[in-house]
Design a protein around this ligand. Structure first.
Ligand code: MCN
Ligand code: CUM
Length: 808
């Protein structure tokens, strides 16, 4: 048979890996046809709403729900007392702690769930919430983790033994009743010795403030208990639907096969939707109690005040070097404010996430990290917002330490980085704090970035600007923000990563239909990352069917294979690998079918784009479509009919994407307003599946980084009131503040990933925050600045200028 189509055209027709295929999910999103939790409307459905605590720390004297129950349309008001007989008034957190579902005796943060009102509609429920009378007795509030560790006030009375002693926590001994854990990595004595004897030592203290991912869609769930069949269906904003099913089963006693958890479309997760919230539990209980479906959807203020926050790390560092700038040692201590319950969603063995990647991209011979987790009267959480499990904090820490060391050495910070990079030939590289970096070529990326922005020219311009400022010719200073980051994503090897005991593998199941189209289901779930588009591209290249003919399904536990979900940029490293492996199983069977049809030996055919070809006889082939048809319609000796495969993939290692970012900023010292002149972002995520999706991820992550660095904060007053609980006060950047990002890349494949791909979803945030912050700090460096804390809002920038005497 003669082929009319060229090989290039066949490759292009697949829309496989490397193709900037348009996102297939956007057709419904841009037309308002998405299907979100709040779009789920079931017959007879009731609506829940929470009575929340106005106080940050108070004893509950009484709850009176008579007036609320008297309101027409109100079905039930649940309190901890109602949940206690079911043993559901507390629930386990993903960090091995436990958390009140509804306030049990006292409240520990403003906005904490006190009672759950169930009514005929959302508005009646909200009115009834106002009618529930709760009598509180205020207690002393602790919002400062350092004071909390000194205070006699016991926050978690449930974690103190009757004799007053302090039992161990999930991560070992606790030093104080408000202490959660101490976590250490590296060698403290050896590190101290190196630092004590070093030529040059730089020290810095920095606060990575508390913030919140604030996804456009808030958290919510709809529970429907079918008592006749004993089946519970739960729709919700879940980044890890299978884990939710397992937890729901363990908590409720309903057998796992009788629970179906569905994540429909999700309007942004960013880690905010990994944890299990009281609202989910209450909607389940309410549906069991009332026998009808119950919906719970939080409002914006509830989302900002009570669901998983991000960061809140107080970091103290020492870094030592030779006079020539070779780093010799790094010491880091963190006081980690986890709020009222330790509800971080880290893998079990990592109570401070992967903070021990804080040696960054540098070859540092010896290091130590110590983290103390602390309870305070704030909302629980900590691991969210494109964080790769605390890697945001780690990269911010090391990229600030590098800048401070450069000041100490009176050296250019770009050169200091170059001197200390882990070299290409050192990979796989084992860092002082234990991680084995899979691959990297940092110097090449760095040189490309510096050249692209004309770094030397920028420094010359900056020096001129400083002189002009001193002569009184301008009121604007110029900052050049640098950051080089190494990410660690793809949790993870089951041997050291689990969540609540569940190993962190992931999965893909492929079913090829007779006419040569396919459905593939995975254990992950997209919240906007474009999985329906990109996973199909991996499969297109692996199995030779066009991405347009492959449907990707995620998020329904009745159909998708078990997987640990989407966070920590693990979808590509883990589920993406499972997809490739399952695709290869399909291909292996297809090869046998092709050989049979072509009447040659299995080894005499080879895969070529979309077909199997007889070696040395390219005119003899069978396309994958023909093979799929034959799989269902021909009796092939020794082979079962059908063409399906499943893979559960346990990665041998994490993947280590990296990047080089430069931000050029002009700052008006009289208004404190920064203007971003240029932002250049080079990312290396190994093999690139969809360059356009990658670019979208980078634009989004950088914009969120801009937000965090330049203004966004969840701030509390001394009484524990959230000062930034609405979008009037919580800064969300708009097109107005966002610059025109320039993106660039290098490609250093992961040696252990089947297609060489590394994750990218969190990279721009991880590298972006230090880059924006360094730009602000660099602008003031010639005037004596060493370090100022984020967020660099206009007022704080103005203050920095003022303190440096620039308004005199
Ligand atoms: N990709 C690619 N080539 C690569 C790596 C990734 O084309 N070498 C594509 C992937 O196919 C996928 C996207 O980039 O479509 C992101 O992939 P990955 O880095 O594997 O991250 P995940 O899919 O696991 O997404 C999680 C990550 C996290 S943890 C947060 S937080 C975050 C982020 O994604 N939340 C997001 N990006 C987000 N983007 C949107 N729109 N919404 C969120 O909630
Ligand atoms: Cu840490 S935010 Mo993402 O891992 O969902």
């Amino acid at each position: 048979m003669k082929d009319e189509v060229t090989r290039e055209e066949r490759v292009a027709g697949l829309k496989g890996m490397g193709c900037s295929r348009k996102r297939v999910e956007d057709a419904r999103f841009t037309q308002g046809k998405g299907n979100y939790v709040d779009d789920i409307k079931l017959p007879g459905m009731l609506h829940g709403d929470f009575v929340r605590s106005p106080y940050a720390h108070a004893r509950i004297k009484s709850i009176n729900s008579d007036a609320a129950m008297a309101l027409p349309g109100v079905t039930a008001v649940l309190t901890a007392k109602d949940l206690e007989p079911l043993n559901l008034h507390w629930m386990p957190t993903l960090a091995g702690d436990k958390q009140m579902v509804l306030a049990d005796g006292k409240v520990l943060f403003q906005g904490q769930e006190v009672a759950f009102v169930v009514a005929s509609d959302r508005y009646v429920a909200a009115d009834a919430v106002e009618l529930v009378e709760v009598e509180y007795e205020e207690l002393e509030v602790l919002v400062d983790p350092f004071k909390s560790l000194q205070s006699d006030v016991v926050l978690r009375e449930d974690l103190v033994a009757k004799d007053g002693s302090i039992p161990n926590g999930a991560h070992g001994p606790r030093k104080h009743h408000n202490h959660i854990f101490t976590w250490e990595a590296g060698e403290e004595e050896a590190t101290n010795q190196v630092i004590d004897n070093a030529d040059v030592v730089a020290e810095s203290e920095m606060y990575y403030h508390r913030t919140h991912p604030c996804p456009l869609e808030t958290c919510g769930s709809v529970a429907s208990m079918d008592k006749v069949n004993g089946k519970l269906t739960l729709w919700g904003t879940f980044q890890a639907p299978h884990v939710v099913r397992t937890v729901a089963s363990l908590l409720s006693g309903i057998e796992e096969h009788n629970i179906r958890v569905v994540s429909p479309d999700i309007g942004g997760g960013f880690g905010n939707k990994v944890g299990v919230y009281p609202g989910y539990v209450c909607s389940i209980v309410a549906s069991i109690v009332t026998g009808v479906p119950v919906k719970w959807v939080e409002d914006r203020m509830e989302n900002l005040m009570s669901t998983a926050f991000a960061r809140d790390y107080w970091m103290k560092g020492k870094i030592s070097a030779t006079k020539e700038g070779k780093i010799t040692g790094l010491h880091c201590h963190v006081t980690a404010d986890h709020g009222a319950f330790d509800a971080c969603a880290d893998p079990t063995k990592f109570p401070a996430g992967f903070m021990n990647i804080c040696t960054g991209s540098y070859d540092i011979p010896v290091a130590y990290l110590g983290v103390d987790g602390v309870y305070t009267n704030k909302a629980p959480g900590g691991v969210s917002y494109r964080c790769s499990f605390r890697v945001t904090e780690a990269v911010y820490f090391i990229e600030r330490m590098i800048e401070v060391l450069a000041i100490e050495l009176n050296m250019d910070p770009a050169e200091l980085r170059s001197i200390n990079f882990i070299k290409k030939e050192q990979f796989p590289y084992t860092a002082a704090l234990g991680w084995e970096y899979d691959s990297g070529d940092y110097q090449t990326a760095w040189d490309k970035a510096l050249e692209a922005v004309d770094y030397i020219g920028l420094r010359a311009e900056q020096a001129e600007r400083v002189e002009a400022f001193k002569r009184g010719e301008t009121r604007k200073v110029m900052g050049i923000g640098l950051s080089f980051f190494t990410e660690i994503v793809g949790a993870g090897p089951v041997k050291n990563c689990d969540i609540l005991g569940m190993g962190m593998f992931d999965s893909c199941e492929i079913r090829i239909h007779p006419t040569g189209s396919a459905v593939a289901r995975l254990g992950t779930i997209s919240q906007g990352q474009g999985h329906a588009t990109t996973f199909a591209q991996i499969l297109a290249t692996e199995i030779g069917l066009s991405a347009e003919s492959i449907t990707i399904e995620e998020g329904d536990t009745d159909t998708a294979p078990y997987g640990l979900g989407t966070y920590g940029s693990r979808s590509t490293p883990v589920a993406g690998a499972a997809a490739a492996m399952a695709g290869r199983k399909i291909r292996a069977k297809a090869q046998m079918i092709a050989a049979y049809l072509l009447e040659v030996h299995d080894n005499d055919v080879e895969f070529d784009v979309d077909r199997f070809v007889v070696k040395g006889a390219p005119e003899r082939f069978k396309t994958m479509k023909e093979i799929a048809y034959a799989a269902y319609n021909q009796a092939i000796p020794g082979l079962e009919p059908g063409l399906e495969a499943v893979s559960y993939y346990d990665p041998p290692n994490m993947t280590y994407p990296f990047g080089a970012y430069v931000c050029v900023m002009d700052i008006d010292v009289d208004t404190g307003v920064p203007e971003i002149r240029r932002f250049y972002a080079l990312d290396d995520c190994g093999t690139r599946i969809n360059p356009m999706v990658i670019e979208g991820q980078i634009h989004g992550g950088l914009t969120e980084a801009l937000a965090v660095a330049l203004g966004q904060e969840i701030a509390y007053d001394d009484m524990g009131n959230v000062k930034t609980g609405t979008l009037m006060d919580f800064f969300l950047p708009t097109a107005w503040e966002v610059p025109n990002y320039e993106t660039d890349f290098t490609v250093t494949p992961s040696p252990h990933h089947p297609i060489g791909a590394k994750g990218v979803g969190e990279s721009p945030h991880v590298g972006g925050v230090p880059c924006f912050s360094n730009a602000v700090q660099d602008a003031f460096r010639p005037f004596g600045n060493r370090h100022t804390n984020m967020p660099h809002d206009h007022w704080r920038i103005w203050q920095t200028a003022n303190q440096l005497g620039m308004h005199d």
